[in-house]
Write a protein that binds this ligand. Structure first.
Ligand SMILES: [Zn+2]
Length: 234
């Protein structure tokens, strides 16, 4: 009787997949197996030359760079990635990071990374949002890669409004010189992986890399974003 009750309970109380909204199968973790299988993955983490690396040509020196999946508009994945940031879904951001980090750990290109550094939010924004989604992504990645996350050595010193509605050239201007390295000694001589949720123009993450490059010349920098548009050059 108890087991029938448990079966009925698990049927009704099974967690829902945050991408498609259907009940998760037994053994599913983070998303259902169908959504995991059909996820629009880029495979960039296994390619030295890819559109994310190309994005930074002529700006900052990047050892390796990748985005885990394509940002497909009107998709369940797009909704979920948006919710990492605005709807308190930091647990999902962390689980997404675990998946991403597992793939990076299998890639030959990220084996000598020493430390994960999430792109920081301005303290005022952190206060109103209560958490930094990039930090939770990085924490999940760190779990799978066996690496620590450093959220304190780089800070955002300028509070700027959302980048989304600005034209391309303005976005680069808007984020110039907005980061500061507060503990260069912690990054010195290390290979760090800068982590962010979405890569659009690359202006924000590029500006952060530039600040680190200037303050810590012997720090090697790679970049990992969870999602990117199909053509990040546009
Ligand atoms: Zn699903």
């Amino acid at each position: 009787m108890q087991s029938v009750f448990n079966d009925i309970k698990s049927l009704f109380f099974r967690p829902l997949c945050p991408v498609c909204g259907r009940p998760m199968g037994e053994g599913d973790y983070f998303v259902c197996s169908k959504c995991r299988w059909e996820a629009p993955l880029t495979g960039f983490q296994n390619r030295v030359d890819n559109p994310v690396v190309q994005r930074f040509w002529g700006t900052v020196k990047v050892v390796n760079g990748c985005a885990f999946m394509y940002f497909v508009h009107n998709s369940g994945w797009r909704r979920l990635i948006h919710e990492f940031k605005y709807h308190g879904r930091w647990r999902e951001a962390m689980m997404a990071g675990e998946w991403f980090g597992g793939e990076l750990a299998r890639s030959p290109l990220y084996g000598d990374v020493d430390l994960l550094v999430p792109i920081p939010l301005h303290p005022r924004k952190l206060l109103s949002r209560t958490y930094n989604q990039a930090e939770y992504l990085a924490l999940g990645m760190g779990r799978s890669m066996g690496l620590k996350v450093d959220s304190h050595s780089v800070v955002r010193k300028v509070y700027n409004k959302s980048q989304a509605l600005r034209p391309h050239h303005e976005r680069w201007e808007n984020v110039k010189d907005i980061f500061r390295v507060t503990h260069p000694e912690r990054l010195s001589g290390r290979h760090i992986l800068l982590v962010d949720d979405v890569l659009t123009t690359g202006a924000t993450i590029g500006s952060c890399a530039e600040a680190i490059e200037q303050a810590v010349p012997d720090c090697r920098i790679s970049i990992a974003c969870f999602a990117t548009a199909f053509d990040p050059l546009s």
